[in-house]
Design a protein around this ligand. Structure first.
Ligand code: PLP
Length: 405
C-alpha cells in the first residue's frame, strides 16, 4: 500500500465556498449519490479483478462472469434479455450508438430520421452527426403540456427509418406516451429509439410493454457510477456499431469493458429496480409537499409540465421576476443545490429550448429552476427548501427590478 495520503476532494471546492450549512441536494436529475452497495461491489472489483474480461484464462473468466452478472441485472431493470444489453460509456454514447447505429443499419431504406423537439442534447448531438453525414433530420414538436402528439407519427415522411423520443424529460420530468408512439411507429415500419436515462430507476420500465427497439440507460442517474450506461437493442432490431475495432459486446461496441463501472451499474440497477415502486410513491408524496408548500408561499409560481404525467421526483418551476441564476446562487449560498432551467453565458440568461418548445414565454423561461429529489431526500429537507426558496425569491425579485437581461 502507498504511504502517500489518499486524494481528498473537499480541498477542491471553490475558493471561499461556504462549508456550512450541510448540503441539501435537490439535483438528482443531474447525478445521484453512489449507492453504498454499488460502492462496495466496485471496491471489491477494483481490488480483486484485474484481468481483461476478454482473456481466456481463469482470471479473465472471473472478470467476464462479473460483466455478465451485471448485464443480467441491467436487463432485469427494464425487463429485457441480458444478451440485448450493450454496455457503453453512459447515456450520451448510448444515444449516439442507438440513433446513429440504427440509421446506418437502415440506410438502404431511407436516409431520414426524426427526433422529438424536447430531446436531451445527447440526442440532438447524435442527430447533428447524422445531418453532417447527409441524413435528413425532422423535429417533431410538443404541445404546451410537453407531450408529443401520437398522431405526429402518422405524418412522418415515408422514408423515415428511426424516431427518437425520450421516456422522461430531464428538465420537466414529463413522461411521453412512448408505448402509443412506438405502436404507431411499428405499424409504419419505423424503429423507435427511446432515451430512458431519466426514467430508469424512477418509474417502472418494461421494454416489451413500451415496444421500443433501442432503449438507453445511464448508471449515474440511479445510484451507480458516472461514465457507464447501456443501450438495450431488441433482438431483431438492425444495429451497426459506432465504436469498432474489436469484437467486444458481441461486435456491437469495441473497447475493453469498464469493469468496475459495469459492476457498480449492475448492483445499482438491481437495487433501483427492487425499490422503484416504493420509492416512487415516497417521492410523489414529497413532490406534493414541495409543490403545495411553494404554492402557499409564492402563489404566482408556475410549474412547467404539470398538466401531463411526470416523474415523481422532478419539479420545474418559474417564479415570475426571479431569474434562475440569481435564485440558484442564493440557494447555493444557503447550502441547497438545484439546477437552473435556463443556461447562463457571460451574464446573459438563455431560456431552455425544452421550455421554449412548450411555448413558455422567454420572461418566464429565464426564471426556470429545476428541483429534483431522490433516495436521500427527506420531508424535513423539503420544508427547508420551501422556506429558503421563498426567502431567496424575494431577494431575487428585488435584484431583478432593475436588470432583466
Ligand atoms: N439523456 C438524458 C435524458 C439525460 O438526462 C442525460 C444526462 O443528463 C443524458 C442523456 C446523458 O447521460 P450521460 O450523462 O450518462 O452521458
Amino acid at each position: 500500500m502507498s504511504t502517500e495520503p489518499a486524494e481528498r476532494f473537499d480541498e477542491h471546492s471553490p475558493q471561499g465556498a461556504p462549508k456550512e450549512p450541510a448540503l441539501i441536494y435537490f439535483d438528482h436529475n443531474a447525478s445521484t449519490p453512489l449507492r453504498p452497495e454499488a460502492f462496495e461491489a466496485m471496491e471489491a472489483c477494483l481490488a480483486e479483478l484485474h484481468a481483461n474480461p476478454s482473456s481466456l484464462h481463469r482470471e479473465g473468466q472471473r472478470a467476464r462472469a462479473a460483466v455478465e452478472r451485471a448485464r443480467a441485472q441491467v436487463a432485469g431493470l427494464v425487463h429485457a434479455r441480458p444478451e440485448e444489453v450493450v454496455f457503453t460509456s453512459g447515456g450520451t454514447e448510448g444515444d449516439h450508438a442507438a440513433l446513429i447505429g440504427a440509421a446506418w443499419a437502415l440506410e438502404s431504406r431511407g436516409r431520414r430520421v426524426a427526433i422529438s423537439a424536447v430531446e436531451h442534447h445527447a440526442v440532438h448531438g447524435a442527430a447533428e452527426v447524422l445531418a453532417r453525414l447527409g441524413f435528413a433530420v425532422d423535429h417533431v414538436p410538443v404541445g404546451v403540456d410537453g407531450l408529443v402528439d401520437p398522431a405526429a407519427i402518422d405524418r412522418l415522411r415515408p422514408e423515415t427509418t428511426v424516431f427518437s423520443v425520450m421516456l422522461a424529460n430531464n428538465e420537466t420530468g414529463v413522461l411521453q406516451p412512448v408505448a402509443e408512439l412506438a405502436r404507431r411507429a411499428a405499424a409504419r415500419g419505423i424503429r423507435v429509439h427511446c432515451d430512458a436515462v431519466q426514467a430508469a430507476g424512477k418509474v417502472p420500465i418494461d421494454r416489451d410493454l413500451l415496444g421500443t427497439d433501442y432503449l438507453v440507460v445511464s448508471a449515474h442517474k440511479l445510484g451507480g457510477p458516472k461514465g457507464v450506461g447501456a443501450v438495450v437493442v431488441r433482438g431483431d432490431a438492425p444495429f451497426e456499431p459506432l465504436l469498432r475495432g474489436s469484437a467486444h459486446e458481441h461486435g456491437r461496441r469495441g473497447g475493453t469493458e469498464n469493469l468496475s463501472g459495469i459492476v457498480g451499474f449492475g448492483v445499482a440497477a438491481e437495487r433501483a429496480g427492487r425499490e422503484v415502486e416504493h420509492e416512487g410513491a415516497r417521492l410523489l408524496a414529497l413532490r406534493a409537499r414541495l409543490e403545495s408548500g411553494i404554492r402557499a408561499a409564492l402563489p404566482d409560481v408556475v410549474i412547467h409540465g404539470e398538466r401531463g404525467p411526470r416523474l415523481p421526483n422532478t419539479v420545474n418551476l418559474s417564479i415570475p421576476g426571479a431569474r434562475s441564476d440569481h435564485l440558484l446562487m442564493s440557494l447555493d449560498a444557503r447550502g441547497i443545490a438545484v439546477s437552473a432551467g435556463a443556461a447562463c453565458a457571460s451574464g446573459a440568461v438563455e431560456p431552455s429550448p425544452v421550455l421554449t418548445a412548450m411555448g413558455v414565454p422567454r420572461e418566464l423561461a429565464i426564471c426556470a429552476l429545476r428541483l429534483s429529489m431522490g433516495r436521500t431526500t427527506t420531508p424535513a429537507e423539503v420544508d427547508t427548501v420551501v422556506a429558503t426558496l421563498a426567502e431567496c425569491a424575494r431577494t431575487a425579485r428585488a435584484a431583478a427590478t432593475g436588470v432583466i437581461r
